[in-house]
Design a protein around this ligand. Sequence first.
Ligand SMILES: [Zn+2]
Ligand SMILES: [Zn+2]
Length: 272
Amino acid sequence: MAASTSSMRAVRYHGPGEPFHNDEIPVPQPGAGEALVRVGAAGICHTELHLRHGVLNLGVAPLVPGHEIAGEVAAVGPGVDAVRPGDRVAVYYYVGCGRCSWCRQGQENLCRDVVDQFGFTADGGWAEYVVVPARNLVPLPDGLTVEEAAALGCSATTALHAVRSVADVRLGETVVVYGVGAVGYALIQLCRLAGARVIAVGRTPAKLALAAELGADVTINADELNPAVETLRLTGDEGADVVFELVGITETMERSVAMLRRRGRLVFIGYS
Ligand SMILES: [Zn+2]
Ligand SMILES: [Zn+2]
């Protein structure tokens, strides 16, 4: 089944330092094993700002960014029977080689021979449609909106990996989420689910208010207080069991070390 229109609107990256453009480009067509997804929601990750500013440059331009994608299958190519038009789906944005040890363990994000990363090396979700391998589609349960599902594509899964696999946050621990953005909000919720006490650090009052709404027990405005000093005060001079550093500058890295308990776990997520 072909898409009903031949061209679509897309926001595209045109190289480091260049502003994103609103472009009209052809609707991509699904080949064998692929599906055309009508994008219902696509997230904006800080990584897109890194692309825009040249912090990250993979040399592919013009490119449709957007790696947090959810929507509905619009058409499928030959040989696809796992999904069909009308299915609500989220997109997993890595296409690994499928043969290396990482891919065989289901960790395509560590593949040394990645075929494609939608939104980075191949057109992603900031468009009306995107074509991806059908095996990269995850069916959405009823009750999960496309907006919620899109965030699971990067920020929420980054947080899940950090909380469970890297830091292994435990019941009763004190955790600092140093930087409140999309990953930080997911971290706060996941740490609360793990039974931890959460201290959120930021500079923007509205973001800190949302952090509190999502479950942070304490919020610290870094413009008003030194988060390291304050964390030590809140933990009886012990320091935090776990610190997630989401900013990636020298000052926040140094303070993250200073607020850490003996044998604490410090997880760097931010880069800038
Ligand atoms: Zn991302
Ligand atoms: Zn691989």
